[in-house]
Design a binder for this molecule. Structure first.
Ligand code: FAD
Length: 271
C-alpha cells in the first residue's frame, strides 16, 4: 500500500518544527528516523497532512556527559548509543533494538515519542528516571519519563510539541535482560534494574501498555530479600495479557526470569 498524500517540510530549527506543527492543527507529524512512522503511513494507519523532517536540524545529534547523567540529543541514532561508552546501560539496551539498518536510522527521540510498549529505550528511560526536554509553542518544558508514557503508542506530548533531548541519570549498578523469539525481534519482556541514590528500581517492558515499575519486588529487596524472592514478587505483581507471541502465564514466567538475570548482572540480592 502507498502513503496517502502529504506536504513535506524540511525544518532547519526546532522553532520551525513547532510552528509548522501548530499551524497544522494537530494534523502534522514529525519525521525522524522514519522506522516506525513510515510503516504506519504505508499502512494508512495515519494520514498526516504534513510531515516535518527534523533530520537536518543542527545540534540535536550529540551525546554529552552532564554531572551524574548523560544527555542524548533527540536525533542520536540507536547505533551511536550502542557505540558510546558514557552510559553503559543505554549501550546495552540499544544493542537489542531491531537490526543494523533500523539502528542506523532510528533515533532516541523517535523511539521515546513512539512509545511502543515493547521498545527498549522507554524502559531504560523509566528505569533510570530520565527526563525529556520538550519544545512547544509556549516554550520548553521538562517531562519525567514516568509522566510521558500514557498507554501503548500514546504519550503526554501535545501534537505541536517536539522532544529535543533526553537526560538519562547514570545508575551506580545496573542490569539488563531481554527475551525475544529471534534476534532483532521486538522484546517479549525486557527487565531493567538500576541502583540510583542507593535505591533499587526494577522496570519491565512488554508486560503492560507502558513500562511498568515492579514496586512490590523493589520493596522485597529494600526489606533485605533475595533476587530470587524479588523475581517471584515481580512475576506475581504484573498482569500481562496473552497475544500471538505467548500466553499470559508464559509472559509472567519470562518476566520473573528476566528480573532474576538483570539482578544477577547488577550484583543485587545475590545469595
Ligand atoms: C522491522 C523493525 C524492527 C524494529 N525493532 C525494534 C526493537 O526491537 N526495539 C525498538 O525499540 N524499536 C524497534 N523498531 C522501531 C525503531 O526503534 C524506531 O526507530 C523507533 O521506534 C522510532 O524512531 P524513529 O527515529 O525511526 O522515529 P519515526 O519513525 O520517524 O517517528 C516515530 C513517531 O515518533 C514521532 N517523533 C519522532 N521524533 C520525535 C521527536 N523528537 N519529538 C516528538 N515526536 C517525535 C513521529 O512523529 C512518529 O509519530 C523496529 C522497527 C522496525 C521497522
Amino acid at each position: 500500500m502507498k502513503c496517502a498524500p502529504f506536504d513535506y517540510v524540511r525544518a532547519s530549527s526546532v522553532e520551525e518544527v513547532v510552528k509548522v506543527l501548530a499551524e497544522s492543527d494537530g494534523d502534522g507529524k514529525i519525521l525522524a528516523g522514519g522506522q516506525s512512522l513510515v510503516p504506519v503511513l504505508a499502512l494508512r494507519m495515519a494520514r498526516p497532512s504534513v510531515l516535518v523532517d527534523v533530520n537536518r536540524i543542527p545540534g540535536l545529534g550529540a551525546i554529552r556527559p552532564s554531572g551524574d547523567a548523560v544527555e542524548v540529543g533527540a536525533l542520536v541514532r540507536h547505533s551511536r548509543l550502542v557505540e558510546q561508552t558514557n552510559h553503559p546501560l543505554l549501550a546495552e539496551a540499544a544493542r537489542w533494538i531491531g537490526h543494523t539498518a533500523i539502528r542506523a536510522r532510528g533515533t532516541a527521540g523517535g523511539s521515546v515519542a513512539h512509545a511502543d510498549p515493547s521498545a527498549e529505550l522507554p524502559v531504560v528511560a523509566v528505569g533510570t528516571g530520565a527526563t525529556a526536554t520538550v519544545a512547544g509553542p509556549s516554550g520548553v518544558r521538562s517531562v519525567a519519563a514516568e509522566d510521558l508514557f500514557l498507554s501503548a503508542l500514546v504519550t503526554s506530548l501535545d501534537e505541536d510539541e517536539m522532544i529535543t533531548g533526553l537526560r538519562f541519570p547514570l545508575p551506580t549498578r545496573w542490569g539488563f535482560a531481554e527475551f525475544a523469539r529471534r534476534h532483532g525481534d521486538f522484546a517479549l519482556v525486557t527487565a531493567v534494574v538500576t541502583e540510583l541514590g542507593g535505591a533499587v528500581r526494577i522496570t519491565l517492558g512488554g508486560v503492560a501498555s507502558v513500562p511498568q515499575r515492579a514496586a512490590h519486588a523493589e520493596q522485597v529487596l529494600a526489606d533485605g530479600g533475595t533476587a530470587r524472592e524479588a523475581a517471584r514478587a515481580a512475576a506475581d505483581e504484573i498482569d500481562p495479557t496473552a497475544d500471538l507471541h505467548g500466553s499470559a502465564p508464559f509472559r509472567r514466567a519470562i518476566a520473573g526470569e528476566m528480573v532474576r538475570r538483570a539482578l544477577a548482572q547488577a550484583g543485587i540480592g545475590q545469595e
